[in-house]
Design a protein around this ligand. Structure first.
Ligand code: NAD
Length: 361
């Protein structure tokens, strides 16, 4: 894989390869942009089959983080780290300690937190070596799992969708399909029930479905049937790629709004969503609550402040819907345009003021 070419194509600033043989650490940090501030992004641990797979993933994910931070109005750029390894058997304190020392050496250019394959206990170890980490457990001075805040943001995003589609932001009486009853999906289901919506859930984990029936008292369906359930809102909260040319024709909902990253699979899908008359809440806008939580944590955590900032997802979506409506374009395209304009404005400001992350550090 030609690293420099891929960096050029994606507009990445820096890629750092990390290796500590003694600690069993092989990792890559990709800094996509520091245009709006230091680069922020979680650390993923995954048993990548090849170095190329790891590199491709970290480049793509770090670019997405730039968009997510910019869309949320945060003073952060985008980055991501990937650790090559199996989280079920390769985790140990030595590995995360070595990773933390590398992060510390980057001296604030890169801030990280948990992601797929890592959790608060791993961030506790990283935090022993560096202050440039969020998502550590409350006992170690962190804000803990950001998932409930992500779910809180998704509910507020759904309210913006309801206002756009049905003229009022209440979710009362709405039927919502939640795909994936994990950390975010479960918390989302609880918030929806509190808002007097009806929830139908699914998960590939049969035990999760059983627990949801028992503890949340909701109806569940097998994973593949969730696309066919007639609902008002479809909430993808599992893996990426849930909305594709194969699944979209099966959906009868009027709104798609959920927490999963990279929900849309296929270049033609955004237009197809628009043509089917479905309102789509762009994933990186509606699922920014967790990132906002980490941002607040890095400045001294206050839950109220995290929730207040997360509620702004509502107005950010309304702005995107208005642009999409005015221009007749998919909402995901409108979101990209708004973000890209924000980055262009920052670049222009840099040209005039000479400000940059490196001069600020
Ligand atoms: P999680 O691993 O806790 O939950 C995901 C759940 O989805 C699991 O219970 C899993 O069994 C289930 N699942 C997997 N594939 C499925 C399928 N095909 N059909 C139904 N269920 C399936 O993860 P999470 O932290 O809840 O995150 C959910 C999604 O939201 C992910 O895409 C994640 O990247 C995204 N996200 C999470 C956060 C956060 O704060 N946790 C923030 C932003 C985005």
């Amino acid at each position: 894989m030609h690293v420099m070419k891929h960096m050029g194509d994606g507009g990445h600033e820096q890629v750092v390869f990390l290796r500590d043989a003694g600690a069993g650490l092989t990792a890559i940090v990709a800094i996509h942009s520091t245009m709006l501030g230091p680069a922020l992004g979680g650390t993923r641990m995954y048993p990548y089959a090849t170095e190329e797979d790891a590199l491709r993933d970290v480049l793509e994910l770090s670019r997405g983080m730039t968009y997510k931070a910019a869309a949320a109005g945060l003073p952060f750029g985008g980055a991501k780290a990937v650790i090559v390894g199996d989280p079920s058997k390769d985790k140990n304190d030595r590995l995360f300690g070595a990773f933390g020392r590398f992060v510390n050496r980057m001296n604030g250019l890169f801030h990280t937190g948990e992601d797929v394959g890592t959790d608060a206990s791993d961030m506790d170890v990283v935090r022993k070596e560096t202050r440039f980490v969020g998502g550590a457990s409350p006992e170690h001075g962190g804000a803990g799992d950001p998932s409930p805040v992500t779910a809180y943001g998704v509910v507020h995003g759904m309210k913006a969708c309801a206002a756009e589609r049905w003229g009022q932001d209440s979710l009362e009486g709405r039927l919502v399909a939640v795909q994936g009853l994990g950390k975010v999906g479960w918390a989302l289901a609880e918030l929806l029930l509190q808002a007097n919506a009806t929830v139908i859930g699914t998960d590939v984990d049969q035990n999760r479905r059983k627990q949801a029936r028992k503890r949340l008292c909701i109806r569940t369906v097998p994973p593949d049937e969730i696309y066919d359930v007639p609902v008002d809102i479809f909430a993808p909260c599992a893996m990426g790629g849930a909305i594709s040319e194969h699944t979209l024709p099966r959906l009868t909902c009027e709104v798609i709004a959920g927490s999963a990253n990279n929900q849309i699979a296929g270049a033609d899908v955004p237009r197809a969503i628009l043509e089917r008359g479905i309102l789509y809440a762009p994933d990186y806008v509606i699922n920014a609550g967790g990132l906002i939580n980490v941002h607040v944590e890095l400045h001294g955590y206050h839950r109220t402040q995290a929730l207040t900032l997360t509620r702004e997802i509502d107005s950010r979506l309304r702005e995107i819907f208005a642009v999409a409506r005015r221009c007749g374009i998919p909402t995901s395209v409108a979101a990209d345009r708004i973000v890209e304009q924000r980055l262009t404005d920052a670049r222009e400001a840099l040209r005039y003021t000479g400000w940059s992350q490196s001069t600020r550090a």
